[in-house]
Write a protein that binds this ligand. Structure first.
Ligand code: ASP
Length: 320
């Protein structure tokens, strides 16, 4: 019997208030989530690997202006972009990651290249950019990643900083991230995450997304996880690995393990956070403690769902 193939993704927690975007803009973001799901699902349906599926889904979201990764990533304190990404194979625990990259058009592709090379797990800054260029991955000038929405978010965050009102800034102005997790027909799990970090972050700051065990983790037989939210807390709590340990050693179910920190310590301390996770049986969890989280999933029957707030929008992922 083949496994229940499953794909889930997020496009960042702390999405805007409903009134901040026009209905057409909400639809456009959901359309890109659906495109990302279809890209990953096509891989899984062809009995491709979970690794290829999460990569395909993340590339679509990196190329979309609607999410904080690749084109459309957040601007740092110097009004420039430094990008983080990681990918992990649950079958072998092989992983690849880049951080503070400034020129790699699709950071997840550089992370995947490192995973396959099997030498370094994490390359930073100029070293990551040079690695990508050396291996023929598409490279761009830094302004390629900039969008008017991110420029407005930086102006707003600088204003909050001047006025000392950072805490009241909307979650959507602060951060975002994209991520995908998958279970393939061979029973293997994989996770991938890509981000621009948070708006106005210090130059050189690295978040949780490229840190294996913090923002990204996958282990066959247990779970695959991708997180979104204030990365410093995800690193301190070794967030994604904590979920896996709860399942593997504490015998918790996926739903309770995935929401433990998000609805517990993070919520208590006002840390906006969310995640997507799947377990070895293809069950999906997508907890968040913010106003909303861009998210979606497709399960074995090909039924897909995308959402930003509470309302779920269904679609059929089977080819027509
Ligand atoms: N986790 C990301 C970071 O801290 C940002 C986010 O997901 O909102 O870099």
């Amino acid at each position: 019997m083949s496994n229940p193939i499953t794909l889930a993704l997020h496009g960042g927690c702390g999405v805007m208030a409903q009134q901040d975007l026009s209905p057409e803009e909400w639809r456009a973001a959901r359309r890109d989530l659906e495109r990302a799901l279809r890209a990953g699902w096509a891989v899984l349906q062809a009995r491709g690997s979970a690794l290829d599926a999460v990569q395909a889904a993340v590339v679509v979201m990196e190329d979309s202006e609607h999410f904080n990764a690749g084109h459309g990533a957040a601007l740092n304190a110097d009004a420039e972009h430094e990008l983080d990404a990681a990918i992990m194979d649950g079958a072998t625990l092989a992983a690849g990651a880049v951080c503070a990259a400034r020129r790699i058009r699709n950071p997840i592709l550089a992370a995947r290249h490192l995973l396959e090379a099997g030498d370094s797990v994490l390359l930073a800054a100029d070293g990551a950019d040079a690695y990508a260029a050396r291996h023929g991955l598409p490279c761009v000038d830094n302004p390629y990643f900039t969008t008017p929405r991110r420029e407005a978010a930086l102006a707003s965050m600088r204003e909050h900083q001047r006025a000392g009102t950072f805490k009241s800034a909307r979650e959507s102005e602060k951060h975002g991230t994209v991520g995908a997790v998958a279970l393939d027909a061979h029973g293997h799990l994989a996770a991938a995450t890509s981000t621009g970090g948070y708006t106005n972050k210090p130059v050189g700051r690295v978040g949780d997304s490229p840190i294996i065990g913090a923002g990204t983790y996958a282990r066959d037989g247990v779970c695959a996880v991708s997180g979104t939210g204030q990365g410093e807390y995800f690193i301190r709590h070794v967030f994604a690995h904590d979920i896996a340990a709860r399942i593997a050693h504490g015998r918790e179910d996926l739903g309770s393990a995935a929401s433990h920190l998000i609805r517990g310590a993070f919520a208590e301390h006002g840390v906006g956070a969310g995640a997507i996770a799947i377990d070895a049986q293809g069950r999906v969890a997508a907890p968040y403690n913010t106003l909303g989280m861009f998210r979606g999933w497709v399960t074995g029957d090909g039924k897909g769902v995308v959402a930003s707030h509470e309302r779920l929008f269904e679609f059929d992922c089977q080819p027509a």
